[in-house]
Write a protein of this length. Structure first.
Length: 156
């Protein structure tokens, strides 16, 4: 039996509200009852506002990593809202992280670790760690520092 909800509770973290779409897309889509695709999520805070900034300019790498953690929490909120429980996730398949940064910034994986480490803490080192990409971009919507999308396998 998956104990992701119990593991999350042990972390002592709080989920922000699940974001509503600001365009023509679905935040989450379940395919064949087995795969949950999450659209790109930003760092929504508990009050519903976004963390904003550009890494290497107005934000440090450590602040960027914390923003990626907040994106992970936002994604967990969407999963819980969509599936009812984090326990329904069998494993993380793919994480794709986008970092809003200056051209000379090169530590994109360090930033996305903020989200990846959260998933590993919730689902374990095997099921919580999947494949991953981390890329730098010149800008992201609303000047958010990080946007992340992911694919999850859903269990019975």
């Amino acid at each position: 039996m998956n104990n992701a909800e119990e593991q999350f509770a042990k972390l002592g973290l709080t989920l922000p509200p699940a974001p509503q779409p600001l365009g023509v897309y679905k935040p989450a889509l379940l395919i064949d009852g087995k795969y949950l695709y999450l659209s790109g999520h930003g760092p929504v805070q508990s009050g519903g506002t976004l963390i904003k900034g550009r890494i290497g300019s107005s934000m440090t790498p450590d602040e960027g990593k914390l923003a990626a953690l907040q994106v992970g929490l936002t994604m967990l909120s969407t999963i819980r809202a969509y599936l009812g429980s984090l326990d329904k996730v069998k494993r993380v398949i793919k994480v794709f992280g986008m970092v809003n940064c200056t051209p000379e910034f090169e530590r994109h994986p360090y930033i996305i670790n903020g989200c990846s480490e959260l998933f590993a803490a919730v689902w374990g080192d095997d099921e919580g760690v999947g494949t991953r990409s981390a890329v730098g971009l010149g800008s992201l919507p609303d000047n958010i520092p990080v946007e992340i999308e992911a694919i999850f396998e859903i269990g019975e």
